[in-house]
Design a protein around this ligand. Structure first.
Ligand code: SF4
Length: 328
């Protein structure tokens, strides 16, 4: 596909059969990623998508880019490896809240510390949809969805708090049924210089009968609003919330206001950008300071084997360079 060609969302759609349940919030996320890639005129060969295990993981099969459907909880290490090896690719990692906040929790924390220039999209529905709706780490304490014999006995993880504490430099939340707003967030997340984390409220109509599209849309509160739904989801930017760190001295205040907003849940649920800080060098830049040729000669472009598969790396030389003199 030529760069000058006008790209449409449909150019990023594959013909693979879609297995998601009717009405699943995943459809909105899939569509918005395709729309965002088209808007940014990113040719498919310049994009690598990585997924873990779960309903969300199928996303990469439905988008025409490079893609790896990896192991449960291992989305971020694989995505980070791709970005480190080929920093010229746009890397987008996608996964469910069980995958990312449960088994992948430690990887989530360490991704924040690295601040690699990539986007991670979390499909947040409070259940393990692929395995019949068990409580996932983002389901609130005391909530009983239809697959649970008893109300959830665990406190929920707050992905926005965790991302901020880990060091993510762009932190946002979208809603899968607000496609235009979500597309704008994906564009911003991809363009952010550093690690961008996007939590997406993604109703699972099959197993989460509490946090449904109707619940987010406030249809149960119509009588409080003259017969019209009173949506729970609202946009931060519509209320003048400013997430941008303009000076490093702002960091504490901007982080505090983001943490405060991230606690809102129930009657009012904010979506939009909570925190945006481009004053932290991303990991690629830190590597470049140590290895000046990093971007000019990326690891992915280097030959590692000869014509017969023989390794070209002289391990003995490498060990000699890394050796520490014995203490006397
Ligand atoms: Fe979507 Fe839930 Fe069905 Fe999975 S189980 S495809 S998350 S509706």
């Amino acid at each position: 596909m030529a760069l000058e060609q006008v790209l449409k969302a449909a150019d990023f759609a594959t013909e693979v059969h879609n297995d998601w349940c009717p009405g699943c919030g995943d459809f909105g996320i899939l569509r918005t990623i395709q729309m965002a890639l088209a808007e940014m005129k990113l040719d498919p060969y310049r994009v690598a998508m990585v997924s873990g295990i779960g309903c969300s993981a199928k996303t990469i099969h439905y988008i025409k880019t490079y893609g790896i459907h990896t192991l449960h909880g291992r989305v971020l290490p694989v995505a980070q490896g791709i970005k480190l090896a080929n920093p010229n690719l746009e890397v987008i990692a996608v996964g469910g809240d069980g995958d990312g906040m449960g088994i992948g929790g430690a990887h989530f924390v360490n991704a924040g510390r690295r601040n690699l220039d990539m986007l991670y999209v979390l499909y947040d529905n409070g259940v393990y949809g692929l395995t019949k709706g068990q409580a996932s780490p983002t389901l609130k304490l005391g909530v009983q969805t239809k697959s649970l014999a008893h109300p959830n006995i665990n406190e929920a993880v707050n992905p926005i708090w965790l991302a901020l504490a880990a060091g993510a430099t762009w932190v946002a939340r979208g809603y899968s049924y607000d496609v235009k707003h979500l597309k704008d967030l994906i564009v911003q997340g991809v363009r952010h210089q550093g690690y961008a984390f996007l939590d997406v409220l993604q109703p699972c109509p099959t197993y989460n009968d509490i946090n449904t599209k109707e619940w987010y849309g406030g249809e149960d509160r119509a009588d409080q609003n003259g017969g019209r739904p009173l949506p729970r989801v609202y946009k931060l930017e519509a209320e003048g919330f400013d997430p941008v760190v303009r000076d490093p001295t702002d960091i504490e205040d901007k982080a505090k206001q983001a943490l405060e907003k991230a606690l809102e849940w129930g009657d009012r649920i904010p979506i939009g950008v909570f925190y945006n800080n481009e004053h932290v060098p991303d990991m690629g830049e830190r590597i470049r300071q140590r290895i000046p040729t990093y971007y000019a000669r990326t690891p992915a472009e280097q030959r590692i084997a000869g014509p017969n598969g023989e390794p070209l790396t002289d391990v003995a030389k490498l060990f000699a360079r890394l050796s520490v003199p014995p203490s006397t």
